[in-house]
Design a protein around this ligand. Structure first.
Ligand SMILES: [Zn+2]
Length: 88
């Protein structure tokens, strides 16, 4: 899990996501399934109690606090959806 502070933090992950083009499946708002090398990973985007945007992925990289390409792929969908939600 990592805290999303800015889009530049995801720069490398976005480049990788564009190259790999993982499949992103919408589960519910803030929750996505992203295809990876060993099956699907679940990415959860939410705001914590302090108002920080946190992104969690079930892959090994995210467990160590890295911004993985699954998160980048899911976030590109999430940000688009969040814009359409007046409450968030
Ligand atoms: Zn991941």
């Amino acid at each position: 899990m990592f805290i999303l502070k800015g889009i530049d933090q995801l720069e490398k992950a976005i480049v990788k996501a564009k190259k790999i083009r993982p499949r992103v499946e919408f589960d519910c708002f803030g929750r996505y399934r992203v295809s990876g090398s060993k099956g699907y990973y679940t990415v959860v985007c939410r705001k914590d109690e302090r108002g920080y945007k946190t992104v969690a992925c079930t892959c090994k990289g995210a467990e160590r606090g890295l911004a993985c390409y699954h998160a980048a792929a899911a976030l590109s969908l999430h940000i688009g959806l969040a814009r359409q939600q007046p409450s968030t």
